[in-house]
Write a protein that binds this ligand. Structure first.
Ligand code: HEC
Ligand code: HEC
Length: 294
């Protein structure tokens, strides 16, 4: 046997043994999908072994060969916690959430977008649930419902009004800067506080222009993004940002804001965040930062 053929042979043997390590049941009931057959799971497994296991690991524990040094690390599917569903933080995501996440990828992370046909995509989603049977398996397990924040009350016509209101919501109503950073001057913060809380601000948090690293349930700390600098992983449009703000980020310090602030405030703050994202790599960002330094 020449060397190349031997390597191929050894590789296929190890692949076969990987494939056998996680036994497939004849059929299984999974939240969000109902009864799933062995054929589907098998298709899911081959898809997973083709595209996903290098990062997420043969056993779904996030420790694949290509996972080393990745920040954020690949999701450990055995935990059964997922950040980016449009369900309230803590609930299980729907299959449509998984489809969107896998097809669009997560910006600024190693999780790229995957162009996988419908049948294989559905199969790999069911397969990755089998890594966390405690949360997915059984007819008593339920996925969450998508958060409902109604239609956009501002629309493009009142965009600048929404952005201005969003800045006030961000800094005075929700105080997003307790984890993320502030983007207003001290004079602005004081004025907004006067408007919403009835008094000017006299004392300012020393760290208000810094990002504050937060603990997470994933065994690593997570950084609340600076919207003018980092990528927002799961959202591009104002509506997608609004759904994220409403739903929160499961397993992290980022709370679900639905029912904590009003729906129109969620929309306004999302217009504001989009406007901050638009400053990325522009002279506008540099001048904002200069203004805040003075
Ligand atoms: C190059 C490495 C890499 C590969 C390959 C990869 N992923 Fe990921 N994946 C990641 C990283 C990193 C994250 C975590 C991102 C974060 O925490 O923000 C992630 C997160 C996820 C999540 C969790 C989303 C959430 O809401 O928490 C799912 C589901 C997922 N990947 C599915 C897949 C599937 C299915 C494949 C194969 C088709 C795949 N990934 C291939 C790196 C990878
Ligand atoms: C208690 C801390 C905390 C507060 C308060 C907080 N956040 Fe976050 N936020 C986080 C953390 C941590 C992340 C990063 C989560 C991750 O991806 O691991 C985050 C991420 C985000 C993201 C990016 C999600 C993505 O897809 O990458 C948005 C948008 C966001 N926060 C908006 C807000 C808004 C708006 C407010 C105020 C209404 C707010 N946050 C208040 C901690 C917080």
């Amino acid at each position: 046997m020449n060397q190349k053929i031997f390597v191929l042979f050894a590789l296929s043997l190890s692949l076969v043994s990987c494939m056998q390590s996680h036994e497939l049941p004849e059929e299984i009931t999974l939240a969000g999908a109902g009864v799933v057959t062995k054929d589907t799971l098998y298709l899911g497994k081959t898809t997973y072994m083709e595209y996903c296991f290098a990062c997420h690991g043969v056993n779904g524990d996030g420790k694949g060969v290509a996972s080393k040094g990745l920040i954020p690390p690949p999701r450990d599917f055995t935990q059964g916690i997922y950040k980016f569903g449009w369900v309230m933080a803590g609930d299980l995501p729907t299959d449509d959430d998984f489809k969107r996440i896998i097809r669009k990828g997560l910006h600024g992370t190693a999780m790229l977008k995957w162009d996988i046909g419908d049948k294989r995509l559905n199969a790999v989603i069911q397969y990755l649930k089998t890594f966390a049977p405690k949360v997915w398996k059984g007819s008593d397990k339920k996925v969450g419902k998508w958060v409902d924040i109604g239609a956009d009350p501002y629309t493009i016509a009142r965009k600048s009004h929404a952005i201005a209101k969003g800045a006030e919501v961000y800094h005075s109503v929700a105080m997003c800067q307790t984890c993320h950073r502030a983007y207003g001057t001290k004079a602005e913060l004081s004025r907004w506080n006067q408007k919403y809380n009835g008094e000017p601000l006299t004392e300012f948090d020393q760290d208000m222009y810094k990002l504050k690293t937060q603990e997470s349930e994933f065994g690593v700390n997570t950084l609340p993004p600076d919207f003018t600098w980092h990528e927002v992983r799961s959202a591009d449009t104002v509506s997608e940002i609004a759904l994220r703000v409403a739903a929160g980020v499961s397993g992290t310090a980022m709370p679900a804001w639905k029912d904590t602030i009003e729906d129109n405030e969620i929309w306004a703050v999302s217009y504001y965040i989009r406007s901050l994202m638009d400053l990325k790599h522009t002279p506008g960002r540099a001048s904002l930062m200069r203004k805040l330094e003075n």
